[in-house]
Each structure stands twice: as structure tokens, then as C-alpha cells.
Design a protein around this ligand. Structure first.
Ligand SMILES: Cc1cc2nc3c(=O)[nH]c(=O)nc-3n(C[C@H](O)[C@H](O)[C@H](O)COP(=O)(O)OP(=O)(O)OC[C@H]3O[C@@H](n4cnc5c(N)ncnc54)[C@H](O)[C@@H]3O)c2cc1C
Length: 486
């Protein structure tokens, strides 16, 4: 067990790294250092500002290139909001707040209101919707009975038919607002949980709820988390537990006025030791009993600092490139795969930008890899003058990866095809996204092997890999690691 006087190095000033700093401080640890290689904190919660002109008025507004939304189930993020003093908007939005309104758009440019039985009524559509509703209800019941225990952060024990972790409180009993209810560790045995290693599409088939994929696909695949034939069901259900999925359906989501990055900028400003920016960890050596961390600052100079403990919140498959990784770390981390998610913020030809966010469901299948799947319209008040963020995936298991430039070109063509011709692009990027392991490695207990390594060589692993690649799961994973090991 660590001592509160221990010198702790945290690699990464994203949500996970800052959450580690905050939770350590809350436990009385004040001797920590966070290194961040960029000149800003927040990692993939990145909210640049753009100048926009509407009705002759020019102003600066925040846009999102990374994390956008949260929900009632975001307990750890709530704690970060409280610490930093910066809070979300929603689920009910006032005019002038960034909301999550959306439409579904066919590739011929027509709006497809498939969720509303009254629009383009047909008996086939009605029967399809009734079937979907029935299967949603069935899945909800199954998750609370057959799959009891699925709703905690992390994957400890799942491959063995066990569960252990902080409850997500998806039944509403564990909200961040209820004192002492978060964290609430849950633990138990449930052999059915092994099914969660199956790809989500097979999991749905096994349980005769295939239709629910029509709902889950929009917040999952279009938001870059991969295709249902390749991602273990455990990951899908960790993120989109039934409560979160229903909040998405009902449009009861959270956004942040100045962007998600500001959650972390505010936390950082309140930390006793804010992240040291533009300082990249380039080497880690762990001789007996200590941790030597070499960093490169913005002047290009390297220096080595000594610590007692190390928390890695950055990609573990890269960690092995600059650390003295053991054979087991090397072998384990080489199994990590990630999504290649591409996005950019676009401005459109005059009066031709979307004035609501849109999902292009036809593009959310592996056969349409590299096509635009979703566009995000953040400011309803800017109407057709609002820039939008456009997103596509560039990889799928078993298919050749798509080239970055080729994907961007395809995305431009898709947007023009549905009626939104792009004029300029800003902040285009390819993101290392949603690290995870294959269904096979999941079933073979990869996460239990990672758990067994926690603390070896004074090293702890946090970040997206622990539970899932969203803000809540990463911050909660930090809470869990700090809670159990410090
Ligand atoms: C397009 C997009 C949309 C998203 N939408 C949502 C959403 O709506 N809701 C949601 O909850 N989540 C969303 N996410 C996911 C969410 O942003 C991530 O899960 C979260 O940021 C992960 O936090 P992290 O700290 O684990 O990793 P990161 O955010 O990746 O942070 C890691 C940090 O470590 C730094 N770093 C890396 N290597 C080093 C090194 N050697 N030395 C020092 N620093 C280093 C990086 O610069 C980075 O700042 C989205 C992400 C993207 C990209």
C-alpha cells in the first residue's frame, strides 16, 4: 500500500490523469506530478473556438473535436464538475445552449424519420417499431436478471463469470448526488457474464434481441467505437448500459457550454499541482523500489526525476516503446487494438450547412468503412451558418485500413451528396480511439491478467483501457485505481 508522502508520477493530463490527481488529493496525497505532452489538458476532450458570423454578428464559439456529451450516469464526471466548479447543461436545454437535437438522413439526402410511426406511416414500419420496443424491454430485463453484475466499471472477473467494481448505479440507486452512494463496490458470481466476451452482434442474436442494434448503433459505431461484429458486448454495455442508452433515445443528454475541455481545464486550475504542460514522458525505468521518469520539455531538454509510484493513463501499447516493459507487459500490451477515428470541423457553402445534427445509418456498416457516419451541429442559434463536426471510422477487423486523406475525401463527398457541400475545414485529425482487446483475448481473461499486474514495479494502469473509452469510464477507472491502491 502507498503512503500519503509517496512521490507519484501520472503520465497524461487527459480526463484520466487529472481524475487521478483529484482523487489522490482527496485522499491526502499531495506529492504528485502530472506530465502532459501537449500545451493543454483534457486530452481527447478538446474544444477549440472558432469565429462565426450569423445575421451580421461575428463571435467566437466553442466547438468539439472530441468528447461532446454525457448523461445522468456520469457520476465521476459530476465529481470533477464539482471540484472544478464548471457544470453541464441539459438534459433540458435553454435557447443558446448546445443541445443534442438530431435527425436521421438517408444517402439520397432525404430525412428518414424512422423512429416516428406517424411519419411515412406503413404497417411494416409500425410492426418493426413494436418489435424494437419489445426487444429493448427484453434486453433491459435480461441485463438486470441474467446478466446481473454487468453494470460496474471495468472488466475484472467477467471472463470467469464474476464481477467486481464500482457500481454504475444504472438502476438509479447510485447517483453521484446521493451521499456515500458512489463509489459503491459490487462483487459477485454470475457465469452468464461470460457471454459478454461475444461480439455484440452475436450477443444480441444469442438473446434474441437483434433489433436493439438499430438503437445502439448510432451512439456507438457512429461515435467511433467500432462495429458490432468485432467489439465484445461487454464494452458496448459498459458504455451504453440500458439507462444511458435510454437517455440517448429520449435526448436527455448533457453538453458543456464552453466544451468538455473546460471540465478538465477547471479541474486542473484547482489542483494543488496542475499538469506540467508541453512535457512528454520519453523514458521510464523501474529499478528495485523506485521509478525513474525522463521527460522532454518544450525547450527540447531532457531530465530525469525519481518517484515512488507511477500511474500510466496513456496508451499502454505505446508505453512499452519507452518504458523498461517486462516480458509480460510487452506480451499483454501488444494485444491492444484501437479504433482509427477521423473527424474535422467544416464550414459549408453559404446557407448550406446542416442546422441539426444527423446520423447516416446506411454508412454505419463495415462495407461503408471510411464514409461519414454522423455530423454534429452544436449551435442551433446559428442556424445554417453553423460549422459542423463530421466523423468517420478508418478501420475494421479483417478489412484493409483506409488511408487518412482518402477518408477525408470520402467524407467531403458524402456531405455534398446529402446536401451540405463543404467550403473549408478546420482541426482535422485522426484519433487513437477506444483501445480494447479482441473478443478472443477478452474471453481468455486479458483484463484479469492486467488486473494482476496492477502495482507490480510500483506501476498502476488507468485510462481508457480499464473500462471504456468515454469520459465517465476513464474518470471512474481513476477513482477505482486510486481508491483501491492508494
Ligand atoms: C471524436 C471524439 C468524440 C468523443 N465523444 C465523447 C462523448 O461524447 N462523451 C464521452 O464521454 N467521451 C467521448 N469521447 C471519448 C473521451 O474523450 C475519451 O474517452 C477520454 O478523453 C479519455 O481520457 P484519457 O485521459 O484516458 O485519454 P486522453 O483523453 O487520450 O488523454 C491522454 C493524454 O495523455 C497525453 N499523453 C500521451 N502520451 C504522453 C506522454 N508520453 N507524455 C505525456 N503526456 C502524454 C495526451 O496528450 C493526452 O492529453 C470522444 C472522443 C473523441 C476523439
Amino acid at each position: 500500500m502507498a503512503n500519503t508522502s509517496d512521490r507519484i508520477c501520472i503520465i497524461g493530463g487527459g480526463p484520466a490523469g487529472l481524475a487521478c490527481g483529484m482523487y489522490l488529493e482527496k485522499k491526502g496525497y499531495e506529492n504528485y506530478t502530472i506530465y502532459e505532452k501537449l500545451n493543454k489538458v483534457g486530452g481527447k476532450a478538446w474544444s477549440p473556438k472558432l469565429k462565426v458570423t450569423h445575421n451580421g454578428v461575428t463571435e467566437e464559439k466553442s466547438f468539439e473535436t472530441g468528447a461532446i456529451m454525457g448523461a445522468i450516469t456520469y457520476h465521476a464526471v459530476s465529481e470533477m464538475e464539482e471540484f472544478g466548479g464548471y457544470y453541464h447543461k441539459g438534459p433540458d436545454f435553454n435557447p443558446g445552449e448546445p443541445n443534442m437535437r438530431r435527425e436521421f438522413r438517408k444517402l439520397d439526402g432525404k430525412v428518414d424519420d424512422w423512429t416516428n410511426p406517424k411519419v411515412d406511416f406503413s404497417f411494416k414500419k409500425l410492426i418493426g417499431l413494436l418489435k424494437l420496443k419489445k426487444q429493448m424491454k427484453k434486453l433491459n430485463e435480461l441485463m438486470q436478471t441474467k446478466y446481473v453484475g454487468y453494470d460496474c466499471y471495468g472488466h475484472i472477473g467477467v471472463a470467469k463469470g464474476e464481477y467486481f467494481g464500482i457500481s454504475k448505479g444504472v438502476d438509479g440507486h447510485c447517483g453521484a448526488t446521493t451521499e456515500n452512494s458512489f463509489p459503491n463496490y459490487i462483487k459477485g458470481t454470475n457465469p452468464n457474464l461470460k457471454d459478454l466476451a461475444l461480439p455484440f452482434s452475436e450477443f444480441c442474436k444469442l438473446n434474441h434481441v437483434e433489433e436493439v442494434q438499430r438503437i445502439w448503433i448510432a451512439p456507438f459505431t457512429s461515435f467511433g467505437y467500432g462495429y458490432f461484429d468485432e467489439i465484445p458486448a461487454a464494452l458496448v454495455m459498459k458504455y451504453l448500459d440500458v439507462t444511458t442508452a435510454l437517455e440517448f433515445v429520449k435526448l436527455r443528454l448533457w453538453t458543456w457550454q464552453d466544451g468538455t475541455q473546460q471540465i478538465y481545464e477547471h479541474v486542473n486550475a484547482k489542483l494543488k499541482h496542475p499538469a506540467i504542460l508541453e512535457t512528454e514522458v520519453v523514458k521510464v525505468e523501474r529499478p528495485e523500489g523506485k521509478v525513474l521518469v525522463t521527460v522532454r520539455g518544450k525547450d527540447g531538454k531532457e531530465k530525469t526525476e525519481e518517484f515512488d509510484k507511477l500511474i500510466v493513463t496513456t496508451p499502454l501499447d505505446y508505453f512499452k516503446n519507452y518504458a523498461d516493459a517486462t516480458d509480460e507487459e510487452k506480451e499483454l500490451f501488444s494485444k491492444i487494438v484501437h479504433e482509427r477515428y477521423i473527424d474535422y470541423i467544416a464550414t459549408f457553402e453559404e446557407g448550406k450547412s446542416p442546422n441539426i445534427s444527423g446520423y447516416m445509418v446506411e454508412n454505419m456498416v463495415p462495407e461503408r468503412l471510411g464514409h461519414a457516419m454522423v455530423y454534429y451541429n452544436r449551435w442551433q442559434c446559428l442556424d445554417r451558418d453553423c460549422p459542423a463536426t463530421v466523423y468517420a471510422l478508418a478501420n475494421h477487423t479483417g478489412d484493409p485500413d483506409k488511408d487518412y486523406d482518402e477518408v477525408q475525401k470520402t467524407m467531403d463527398e458524402d456531405m455534398a451528396r446529402v446536401g451540405f457541400p463543404i467550403k473549408d475545414k478546420h482541426f482535422a485529425q485522426e484519433v487513437y480511439y477506444c483501445p480494447h482487446v479482441s473478443c478472443e483475448d477478452y474471453a481468455n481473461g486479458w483484463y484479469d491478467r492486467l488486473e494482476a499486474l496492477q502495482g507490480n514495479k510500483n506501476t498502476f494502469y488507468a485510462g481508457e483501457i480499464i473500462s471504456f473509452g468515454d469520459m465517465e469510464d476513464t474518470c471512474a477507472a481513476s477513482k477505482d485505481i486510486v481508491g483501491r491502491f492508494f
